[in-house]
Design a protein around this ligand. Structure first.
Ligand code: SAM
Length: 267
């Protein structure tokens, strides 16, 4: 890669959903070409995730060739619901942008390369790219950045269940638990749900839907469950509650696959 002297470089590296073997060769190459890793921690509950990132570095990069700079993630106002949600997210983004800006300015030399390690794929429900753009817009520090795609939890989920995301020539939608709570999306029967703290699938147990669920996918704690939603939902609730109790946090994703209604079949 041609290096322009005097311009800081940043890699935004998708590191997969949790299995170190899901790092791509491109990601490993980028890790090896990084001087400073920026890690934002979420406190005790997510320290397992910080450790996983460290294990990936230990496995692929020679010791002594890089530094890790850690910062604490700003607290997010999760109590703000409804229309108040966006401003709360906005505040949190600019608090994060402050931290990124400071870390890049103070910890990355002008000819050095830094990296942010992003779970899954940086293109999916992740704010790193938006925050880096915000830092650039402020104009107080300049850098170039590139994005290394990663295996998202969505790809990892369906691979573990040995199924596809879409049915033949049909669309698929990726959404959040918050959105699913407002209703099943229009015009689509295959829906992947992320960021769902409330097991919103329970709203749909009366429908002819199959669920494919996974928690901590790709990690040694991985749990999978699937089946018709009426039968699988109570099982998933129990597995989820036990896992949450045991580990103190949970990360889960699921695919809801609605079976065609009779009018679809006939028409
Ligand atoms: C902030 S988003 C990040 C998504 C990530 N960029 C990706 O491509 O998978 C966090 C959500 O991703 C999902 N997730 C990420 N890693 C996961 C894993 N290992 N197992 C299950 N779900 C996961 C969960 O739905 C979680 O709420």
């Amino acid at each position: 890669m041609g290096q322009t002297l005097g311009v800081r470089k940043i890699h935004v590296i998708g590191i997969g959903a949790g299995d170190p073997d899901q790092l791509t060769l491109q990601a490993v190459r980028a890790l090896r070409n990084t001087d400073v890793f920026f890690v934002l921690g979420k406190g005790e509950v997510k320290s397992d995730l910080t450790q996983l990132r460290r294990d990936m570095l230990d496995a692929h990069v020679s010791e002594g060739t890089y530094r890790v700079v850690e910062a604490r993630d700003p607290e997010r106002d999760r109590s703000a619901g409804g229309s108040a949600y966006s401003p709360a997210v906005g505040d949190w983004r600019s608090a994060r942008a402050d931290i990124y800006e400071r870390m890049i300015t103070e910890e990355l030399g002008e000819e050095q390369t830094g990296a942010f390690l992003v779970w899954g794929d940086p293109a999916l429900y992740d704010s790193t790219l938006g925050i880096l753009e915000e830092v650039l817009e402020r104009g107080r520090v300049t850098f170039e950045y590139d994005v290394i795609p990663g295996i998202s939890s969505v790809s990892a989920l369906v691979a573990r269940h040995r199924t596809g995301l879409n049915r033949v020539a049909r669309p698929v939608q990726i959404t959040t638990g918050r959105r699913l709570a407002e209703g099943f999306p229009e015009g689509v029967d295959d829906v992947v749900v992320m960021l769902d703290a409330h097991q919103t699938f329970r709203q749909y147990t009366d429908e002819d839907i199959d669920i494919y669920w996974g928690a901590y996918i790709g990690t040694p704690d991985e749990i999978l469950a699937s089946g018709p939603i009426a039968e699988a939902a109570p099982r998933i609730e129990r597995l989820r509650a036990e896992a949450r109790e045991r580990k103190g946090w949970i990360m889960d994703t699921y695919l809801l696959r609605r079976n065609p209604r009779d009018e679809h079949r006939n028409g």
